[in-house]
Design a protein around this ligand. Structure first.
Ligand code: SAH
Length: 506
């Protein structure tokens, strides 16, 4: 689907943290028909793309074939000529060691219109995320960004190491890990003291960021001993010695922890962003899939007779969305008339609010039993309830309302199924003991996880959303390391943080 006018946006995606792309960058992504992105870019940024946009990864060093710059340019030009809006998404800033000039020249030569959107280059992220001030009132009045990977055809053949050694400020080396032996020796030979403080900052602003302090003279040893791989920057200069042991980024409560989120795909984002904000490295393996009900007819029939009901009862945000979206396909919210709305907890209440609806009732504890108790008197008055439910789940709500004298109709508004196969990489990480926490946000998820991972589930700590879910895990033979006190995503995250406090990072 082309937007009509072919244009190319050269966009900087920032150093890793997906929040570090610019607003303009997000706008370009949201409108793009096709996005070509580098492996350095955090794939989470692609969530800004519109559904249906074509996403093309340009390959990863050592893994796939890397497209040559000429090939990339030719494709970009071709897409633009087809009338598509093209984003060429790059790590950091497009004009810092990223061939912007060549790409712009190719676009100019082809007569394709373009825009360049800056990004935060990795060196700047070092200042904020690793706490190393690149300039300093007393220690550094200037900064030089240096590439340690020289192109052979460059006219000024190699770096001028005497000038760099004499540079009155901070040197930041990009792409300097594999070439460290060469450039550190050259700098020292040119007169830079081997004792000059240096800091290696690897994967800056990613959840596995590492900072290692050393000196210009010991840099190679450190790289070898720790087998450090790119991407990393090396900061050389007095400011490197100022690198703090702590800092806002690595002091966040879940920094260095790997947490597996297992909710259905559509339900994951809120939990994922809460965990990421606290520093966790979040992996995703949905344990259940949510889809449309097999048969909408009972739902449609119930919706056609809303005036014969007193209460609509929702036991999940999914139920709210499924029922109301179906209603809105043919009518509008006035169809609800004077119906009263009950929601099981804050999630379903918030989902109602998205439709400009207010829940008339939400129990104190976010469980079916508590919802049934809160509606007990209404049931005793013989009121009529429609329960919007999943294809599987407990009968307790329907049973208790019926027993109390209510007239209860249930309709399945979405199906919930176990996911059949685990992602291989995640299964391998779990098996190797590399996952710290697994979030278990419903009984169905608990059962499905046991099927997906079996005994390997013992290798991570399990965090349960409620006593009910914890009970299911225990019945299945697993230990529960954290249990939410408030049965919400926020409550679960809080429980993980307190159970994790004081445990070492990996
Ligand atoms: N245009 C990019 C740089 C591309 S060159 C920018 O402006 O940041 C690739 C090099 O950038 C890597 O080898 C590494 O030295 C550096 N780099 C990119 N992202 C990084 C990160 N998150 N942490 C540390 N170094 C990074």
């Amino acid at each position: 689907m082309a937007s009509g006018i072919g244009k190319v946006f050269l966009v900087g995606g920032g150093p890793g943290d997906p929040g570090l792309i610019t607003l303009r960058g997000c706008q370009c992504l949201a409108r793009a028909d096709v996005i070509l992105y580098d492996y350095l870019v955090n794939p989470q940024i692609l969530a800004h793309a519109r559904p249906g946009a074509e996403l093309i990864c340009l390959g990863r060093h050592g893994r796939e074939r890397i497209m040559s710059p000429e090939e990339v340019n030719a494709r970009v030009v071709r897409f633009a000529r087809e009338g598509r809006s093209v984003v060429r998404l790059k790590g950091g800033d497009p004009a810092v060691f990223a061939h912007a000039a060549e790409e712009v020249a190719a676009l100019e030569a082809a007569g394709v219109s373009y825009e360049v959107v800056p990004g935060i280059t990795a060196a700047l992220a070092v200042g904020s995320y690793a706490g190393i001030p690149l300039t300093h009132g007393k220690a550094a009045s200037a900064v030089a960004l240096v590439t340690a990977q020289e192109r052979e055809d460059k006219q000024t053949s190699a770096l001028d190491y005497s000038a760099l050694a004499a540079f009155p400020g901070t040197l930041v080396f990009y792409m300097g890990i594999t070439t460290a032996r060469h450039w550190t020796a050259a700098l020292v030979a040119a007169g830079k003291p081997a004792t000059t403080p240096a800091a290696i900052v690897r994967r800056c602003s990613w959840p596995d960021q590492e900072t290692i302090l050393c000196t210009l003279g010991t840099l190679c040893e450190v790289i070898d001993a720790r087998r450090l791989r790119p991407p990393a920057l090396v900061v050389v200069g007095e400011v490197a010695a100022l690198a703090p042991e702590h800092g806002w980024f690595i002091d966040r409560p879940l920094f260095g922890k790997r947490v597996l989120v297992t909710r259905a795909e559509q339900q994951g984002p809120a939990l994922i962003s809460m965990l990421s904000e606290l520093g966790a490295q979040v992996l995703v393996q949905p344990a259940i899939e949510i889809a449309a009900p097999e048969d909408w007819r009972p739902v449609d029939q119930a919706l056609a007779h809303l005036d014969e009901l007193d209460w609509l009862v929702f036991s999940s945000a999914n139920g709210v969305r499924a029922l109301l979206d179906r209603l809105l396909e043919s009518r509008d919210l006035r169809a609800l008339g004077g119906l009263r709305l009950a929601a099981i907890g804050p999630g379903s209440t918030a989902e109602l609010a998205r439709y400009h609806l207010r829940a008339d009732l939400m129990p104190e504890h976010y469980q079916a039993e508590a919802l049934a108790a809160a509606l007990h008197e209404e049931a005793q008055l013989g009121k009529r309830f429609l329960l919007a439910r999943a294809s599987r789940g407990r009968e307790v709500l329907a049973d208790e309302l019926t027993a109390a004298g209510g007239s209860v109709k249930q309709v399945v508004v979405y199906t919930s199924r176990d996911v059949a196969h685990a992602n291989q990489e995640i299964a391998a990480q779990l098996s190797a003991g590399e996952i710290d926490w697994i979030t278990v946000t419903s009984s169905a998820i608990a059962r499905s996880l046991a099927g997906l991972f079996g005994a390997d589930l013992h290798k991570a700590r399990l965090a349960a959303i409620s006593p009910l879910t914890a009970g299911v895990l225990k019945e299945l033979g697993f230990q529960v390391a954290a249990e939410a006190r408030q049965y919400t995503m926020a409550g679960l995250v809080e429980a993980i943080c307190s159970a994790d406090a004081g445990r070492p990072s990996r």
